[in-house]
Structure formats: C-alpha cells, structure tokens
Design a protein around this ligand. Structure first.
Ligand SMILES: [Zn+2]
Length: 458
C-alpha cells in the first residue's frame, strides 16, 4: 500500500487542504446559533465538483449535517469518517492576532476558530474520500463521510438527532472521530494518543434542608453549614479504582518512559489497594498529573452553590451542583449510594435532582481499526509510539458506539503543536494549525481507510 501513497503529490494535497480549510474557517458556525447548514452546503460543493453527491440532513432550519457514501465493489466493513462543523464562540476577537473567521495564512499557520476543533479534520477526512475517488481505488465495504452539527452543545441538532431520526444512516462498523492524536512528550519519548474510552457525565443538584432562624443566634440546623460538611466529605472521597485495559496500557507505556521510578509508579497506580502521591514523580513533564486521578476512578467536582436570602437570616435550604464523571462500569447508583451514606453519617436531610446524564462509552483495543490506526501512526511518525487514551470529557463517538460501532478518536498533529499549545488554543484564543498537521492527517486517515477497506490501485 505504501507505494501508491508515497507517489502522490503531497505538496499539492497540502496546499489543497490549506485552501479548503481556510474557506471552511470563514464560515462562522459559532454554536449558538450554529448555522452549520452553510458549512454542509460548502462540503456538498467540494464533493460535487468531483462528481460525488451527498445528503443534507437538517434537524432544524440552519442546523444541517452532511453525509456522503463512497461504496466499494465487494462486501466489507463500513468505515465512517466523522467530524463536527460547529465551533465554540469566540470570547474576545480583539485578543486574536488574526481575526477568528478570517482563515488567515500567516506565520506558517492557518488561523481561525475551529482550526483544531475540528474543522481541520472535517477537511482532511473529506480529502481522504476525494483521494479514494481520484485514484479510483478498488476497495471492499464502504467509506462513509459524516460532518455533523451541534457537537459543542450536546448534539441535540446533530449526532443525537441523527441517531434518533436516521439510525439506519449511522449504521457502520467502524468510526474515526476526534478525541486523540496529540503528541505527548514524556521522558524523551513521543506518544500519540488514540482515544478509546470516554467517561460518562452525571450532573446532579443536591438540596440540603435545614431550619431558619436569626443570624445573631446560631444553631445546628443551618442548611449552609450542613451542605458545606457534605460537600467537603464528597470532594475528598476517593471512589475505588477501576482500571480498564486502556488506562492500564496508557500508564504502563507512558510512565514506563520515565525509567524504573516511573515503572514503579505505574505499578502502584494500577494496584487497586494502593494510593500514591503523584507529585514528586511527574514534575517537569507537560502532562497534567491531576488527569491521572480522573483516569482511574469516578470523580466528583462540586461546581455551584446557592443558599440564603439575607445577611442576617440563617438559610433553611442550600442547593449545590455536582459534576460527576463516571468510568465505564460505574453506575449512577454508586454515586447516589455514597451520597446517601455520607448524608446519613452527617445526619442530613436532602433531595436530589438529575440535571444531565449519559453513560461512559468505549471500544476495545486490538480491533482491526485500532490496529490499523497503530500501524498508520507508526508508518507516518517513525520513532513515536501510539498509546490508547481515556477522555474525561465526551465526543459524538458515544452515539455511534451506542449504535454498535467501534469508534476511536484520532486527530494527529505535528510536533509543532504541543499538547500544552493545543490545550491553550482549543476553545481559547489564536486557534490555528500548521499545514504539516493537515498533510499528516490526510496521510494517516488514508492509510487507515485503505488498510481497513483493503484498497488497491487498479
Ligand atoms: Zn470537537
């Protein structure tokens, strides 16, 4: 397969990727309000120029997703190249060196909101499909291209709507989406992450009851004080470790790069009975060590609180919100039981209200797509090592996983964009991408798709 891939004019593909992305970045799809249909129409035009016809699927006026299928000759797996076309709003355009919807080409980058998250991938996945078409590759199965609306605000007008109203169109075996792909430098080694698991989300409001009274005469039934005790206990509670294969491989490989000390730390972290102080080990690596705790257990962050009406009135109720993130295999009930247990210990009366919930999702290591991704990364990025990653947040992959697909997150970036830079730019100021990353993505996605669909030149 490598032969025909290397014979392509990559300089031309890189330039084409830059041009197509710049145009897409000029379409303002800030969500809210989204207006993704304009982006979908633009993609339709790009494909139509080459004789490929897709489908506009609108959940509501202006909230369009774009779907296109390229069918092979024989039967085989269906691979979906998934992306979202909406972007998060820009907080303050004056803080940007180049306007956020300019698609400016300057200082070796293409600038614009969505350059990384994730219009780059919308374009490089489109180019992967176009490359299949242009080369007249013979393949089995189907290549499905889907660019959805409304990822950044819960998918009601995007993937969730499609899953509900057009599940048959989403029926695929494999999905390649955002979620991984950044270069992670640890102990002199470079790792490229492949997202395999996403934690579940559980937002819970807790209302603690108390008794009112005059602020000048304190008593033990102050709802604010009671809530404070519960919040403190919850925030410091360590839920049991639950280590799946992704976390096991991630910690073993990444911490292994730190030498014997790192290996020892890895073993301690993987031991369900041991708690370790991470501090002394990871100083100096760019990897955020708080994240490791979130990889190995369900977590709770108290995020909002409300009590009291007046300076001198003891509040008879206090409401607070918990942002809980669940590992695969952790049920909501585990959290509610812990809450009830701590509440009982403190002698509290409270009620709960579920604000939002979706379970964790994941796909196993070692599947055909996972292996194809590993091989593509190793081929294009010699000397680096692929590593599976758990996301503490969520992407649209969960909807496809719920429909039975194996989904992985991969948006590879060149080493010009470090993990730290990426975290600063995604949803932040001066979002931009280098042309090298765009070429890398087309190369990797093409390798993955060609291997999985057994593509050959005629
Ligand atoms: Zn995104």
């Amino acid at each position: 397969m490598g032969d025909w891939l290397e014979q392509l004019d990559w300089r031309a593909y890189r330039e084409e990727a830059v041009e197509l992305l710049a145009e897409l970045l000029r379409i303002d799809t800030s969500n809210p309000p989204g207006r993704e249909t304009e982006a979908a129409r633009y993609l339709a035009k790009v494909f139509k120029r080459e004789g490929l016809k897709g489908e506009l699927l609108e959940a509501a006026p202006g909230r369009g997703s774009f779907l296109l299928r390229l069918s092979g000759r024989g039967s085989g797996p269906k691979l979906m190249l998934l992306s979202h076309t909406d972007v998060v709003p820009v907080a303050d355009p004056s803080r940007w060196d180049h306007p956020p919807f300019s698609g400016a080409l300057a200082d070796g980058y293409i600038w614009g909101r969505g350059a990384l998250d994730m219009k780059c991938q919308t374009i490089t996945e489109a180019l992967t499909v176009l490359l299949f078409k242009r080369l007249g590759l013979q393949f089995s199965g189907e290549l499905v291209y889907l660019a959805v609306a409304d990822e950044e605000r819960g998918a009601k007008y995007g993937a969730a709507w499609l899953k509900e109203h057009h599940p048959e169109r989403l029926k695929v075996d494999y999905v390649l989406n955002e979620g991984g792909g950044e270069a992670l430098q640890v102990g002199g080694k470079t790792f490229y992450s492949i997202e395999t698991v996403e934690k579940g989300l559980f937002w819970l409001k807790v209302k603690v009851k108390g008794r009112s009274g005059h602020g000048s005469v304190p008593h033990d039934e102050n709802a604010l004080v009671k809530a404070a005790g519960l919040i403190d206990r919850l925030a410091h509670h360590k839920f049991p470790k639950r280590i799946d294969e992704t976390v096991q491989e991630f910690l073993t490989k990444v911490l292994g790069a730190l030498g014997p000390g790192g290996e020892q730390l890895g073993r301690a972290l993987l031991d369900p009975q041991r708690e370790v102080d991470l501090g002394p080990f990871l100083a100096g690596t760019e990897f955020a060590l708080e994240a490791i705790n979130a990889f190995i257990r369900t977590t709770v962050s108290p995020t909002m609180i409300q009590a009291g009406v007046k300076e001198n009135v003891i509040p008879d109720s206090c409401e607070f919100v918990l942002d809980c993130r669940l590992l695969p295999g952790s049920a909501r009930e585990e959290l509610l039981e812990k809450l009830a247990e701590l509440g009982a210990e403190l002698g509290l009366k409270f009620e709960t209200e579920v604000l939002q919930y979706h379970p964790a999702s994941g796909s196993p290591l070692g599947t055909d797509l996972y292996r194809a991704i590993e091989r593509a990364l190793r081929a294009e990025l010699p000397g680096t090592e692929p590593v599976p990653l758990i996301l503490t947040g969520a992407t649209d992959s969960r909807f496809l996983r719920e429909l039975g697909a194996l989904a992985y997150g991969l948006c590879p970036l060149s080493t010009k964009i470090t993990l730290h830079n990426r975290l600063m730019m995604v949803h932040g100021d001066n979002e931009r991408i280098d042309p090298e990353s765009l070429e890398l993505q087309v190369r990797v996605f093409t390798r993955v798709a060609a291997e999985l669909l057994q593509a050959r030149t005629r």
